[in-house]
Design a protein around this ligand. Sequence first.
Ligand SMILES: N[C@@H](CCC(=O)N[C@@H](CS)C(=O)NCC(=O)O)C(=O)O
Length: 247
Amino acid sequence: MLELYHYWDSVCSTKVRMCLAEKGLEWTGHHVDILAFEQTHPDYLALNPNAVVPTLVHDGRPVIESTVINEYLDEVFPAAPLAPRDPYGRARMRAWVMYEDHLVYPQVKVASFNLMLRNILTGRTDAELKAMTRTHPNPRQAALYRRAARSAPKLKEVAAAAATLVEAVRRFEAALSQHPWLAGRDFTLADIAMAPMMDRLEHLDMANLWAGAPATADWIARLKERPSYGAAMPAAEHRVPGPLSAR
Ligand SMILES: N[C@@H](CCC(=O)N[C@@H](CS)C(=O)NCC(=O)O)C(=O)O
C-alpha cells in the first residue's frame, strides 16, 4: 500500500506524483496544507521531521525527500524503469536531479514565495504565524513564512533568481540539443525532477526564460504530452493564485 502525504501545489510533491503516474501505481493521498502550517503538526513531524512535503508511506514505513522517494519507487517497482541501465547513464541522471534540488528548486522557491505564496500567507493571523514559528523545526523556513506574510514582495530577489535560472536554461538547451531528454536518449527521473519546476515557472509568468531556447521549449511541450504530466500537476482549483491569475 502506497500513501502520499502531499500538497497539490507543491513542486516537490508534484515530482513524486509524476513518478507514481509514470509507473502506473495506485496511491492514497493525504493532503497536508502547508500554507495552513499542517506540516508542523506533531503527527506529521513523526513521519517527516523536516516538516516538508512529500512523504511516502509504503506498507507503513515512511520514506522522505522527493529525490530519494523517486529512486526508491524506481527500485521497488522496476517495471517501466525511469533510470538508465548503465552506471554512467545513472550518474548523469543523478547529476541533473541534484542540479534541480540544489540550484533550480531554490530559485523557484524564492520566486514562489514572493510572487505566489504570499498571496495566501498575508491572510494568516499573527496568532497563526506565532504558533507556526513555535512548532516549525526549521527557524529559517519559519522566518521565510513570516516575512512573506508580513512584508512586500522582494522583487530584487526574484530578479536574482531569474538571472541564475538563465544559466540553467543554457544548460538545458545544450543537453537537449544533443538528445531528446535531459540525461540522454531516454526519459528518466531527471526529466521528472525538472518538469514541476518548469510548470511553476510558467505559472509565475517566467516562461520568457526559455523564449530563445527552442530545444528547451520542445522538451517542455513533450513533457506536457505525457499522461503523467496531466495526472501530476495541480488542477486549476488547487493552484495558489500567481501573477498570471490576475489577468
Ligand atoms: N528536499 C525536500 C524539500 C521539500 C520541500 O521543501 N517541500 C516544500 C514544498 S515544495 C514544503 O513542504 N514546504 C513547507 C515548509 O517548508 O514548511 C524534498 O525534495 O522533499
